[in-house]
Design a protein around this ligand. Sequence first.
Ligand code: ZN
Length: 270
Amino acid sequence: MTDRWSPRVTRVLAPNPSPLTLEGTNTFVVAEPGAASVVVIDPGPDDQGHAGAVVRACGGRPVELVLLTHTHVDHAEGARGFAGRVGAPLAAIAPGWATAGAPDLGAGVPVAVAGLELLPLPTPGHAADHCCFELAADRAVFTGDHVLGRGTTVVEWPGGDMADYLASLDLLRRRRPERLYPGHGPLVGDAVARVEGYIAHRRDREAQVLAAVAAGDRTPGEIVARVYAAVDPALHPAAELSVRAHLAKLAADGRVTADDRGERFFPSAP
Ligand SMILES: [Zn+2]
């Protein structure tokens, strides 16, 4: 499915729905109206039908650059193949992914492409190599898996980091966007409220994890069974990774103590 999210932004939905990817991955074709070229964000899974739909959405305009929000397979598996097919450089924060001619996304300067400017916002947390892209012309941010169109995202221990994630949510909040273009799910119109809701959700979960340890839960599995009792069991393995990310932050903060193997957790002495 292909639809317009703004005069500058076309979304092409990839056919990879799942509990974690919602309806599938959103691939974006972005250009200033009237520009001679486009930029593509997150080509998505390695699927020839999807790649063909993205090429059609480009409307015959050359692809000037391919950008990745992060290198998880549902965003990046098809990226090298797509960039090669359209003859464009591939840019990503992750080491070893950028190709010749790609801009440095860590430089803190906007990337001028397809008649507009995209400001990379390095946002580690969901993944260490995560980067959002601010499209000031739309007062919008492409958020990848940092903030989704619906529900909450997974901070996958050990690749993800909860302290980094909270800092990256605060960075996004301070940009004061009006709209979010997430990597999964629909366009978010109440952007700052959504980001503040994500921050509150993580603070709540942290308090729940701390309370579970205080109540006698020792393992991440026990904590998930208590804290995520209302959540679809199919999501419990993913929830356990988020609980482990919370426990790692709480241990670093000195609020819980882990055993030598990092499998059992105890309240820290006051
Ligand atoms: Zn994803």
